[in-house]
Design a protein around this ligand. Sequence first.
Ligand SMILES: *Cc1c(COP(=O)(O)O)cnc(C)c1O
Length: 424
Amino acid sequence: MHKATLDYAKQQDEFDELSIYRHQFHIPTDKHGNELIYMTGNSLGLQPKQTKAYINQELEDWANLGVEGHTEAKNPWLPYHEFLTESMANVVGAKPIEVVTMNTLTANLHFMMVSFYKPTKTRYKIIIESDAFPSDKYAVESQLRHHGFNDKAGLILWKPRKNEDLLRYEDLETILEKQGSEVALIMIGGVNYYTGQYFNLKRITELGHKHGSMVGFDCAHGAGNVELNLHDSGADFAVWCTYKYLNSGPGSLAGCFVHERHAYNKDLNRFTGWWSHNKQTRFNMRHDFDLLPGAEGWQLSNPPILSMAAIKASLDIFNKIGIKKLTEKSKKLTDYFEFLLKQLGEDTIKIITPENPEERGCQLSIQVLNANKALHNELTVAGVISDWREPDVIRCAPTPLYNSFQDIYHMVDKLKDILKNEIE
Ligand SMILES: *Cc1c(COP(=O)(O)O)cnc(C)c1O
């Protein structure tokens, strides 16, 4: 049984074999130099201390070698993306041929829909979760319009029931039983950004495939947070960013997964560029197009190496620990977080994230009775970096790489003080 004391939290940190990794990250500080309690690894992950050296390596090679760096750099730039593939595949539970790092997240979502949203006159609808991340909703709406469909009529929202926050699979089943023959694509956020609900990707995929639909996931809140097992899920595609739990810096490149069953399918329509062309003949320039197999066959451009260096710095840490061990610690951290929050009184605090550890990652979305943004501001002043989402939700994501049990203890302690002062 947990204890709501600082001594207990300290003890948990001493037992934790991953606690050493916190020192490999830059923890932001206040203006007096005190470390802040950083709970927003789900928004922008912290900087690994080794990132600077990885980027500097490429800056130096560029300075010393110029264009020759493409082949002569310590990590040659031509195949640089390949240095990320295996680690990235491990993080998301995929085979190397299924994974590539390229573009940015919403761009990848569009490129995937070019191939996997193939509407006909009668089967053209797209299902997304009603509280999807805005960029995802805008992207699927614009795909509908691009193909000449009405984006209201073509979009089916999978909604929570009245007075509920989480989505139920039975309701998705009902949608598909009624309209399954009209659905061309199911595109769901693998872990919902707002509630933190982690969906059963395999279950959704099987359901979609049974009704003849393609199935893809936006795993921005899943990659580096939960064991996604993308290959086993059977999903047709998935996309994710690397600047949240994968700590690769603001606006960094994104990941993309295409299931192995599509790896050699040259008939799938797609947008191509020279980076989707055979590596052996790419620089002969005058060859007819010769498609690369696997996820790499969706690349267009030679990628930004400085950003890839930051991804490599981060993935090397993930690789050392392994996503399994990380999620084990994550479950302990979030369990403790939930325990402490519940001590504040279930009439004051409601956690909308699922209670079942298999249905969530590290994030807890906390609804505080009668709260408004002032509460979030007070938390910030008290040194807690959290995330506010209208109308009344604070999202906190203690990440196993750099958050400690003491962080969690202090965060809840500060929240308790703020709530107490409000009542007095
Ligand atoms: C963070 C996030 C985005 C952001 O998209 P960018 O293209 O990286 O700006 C989109 N969708 C989801 C689900 C996200 O969590």
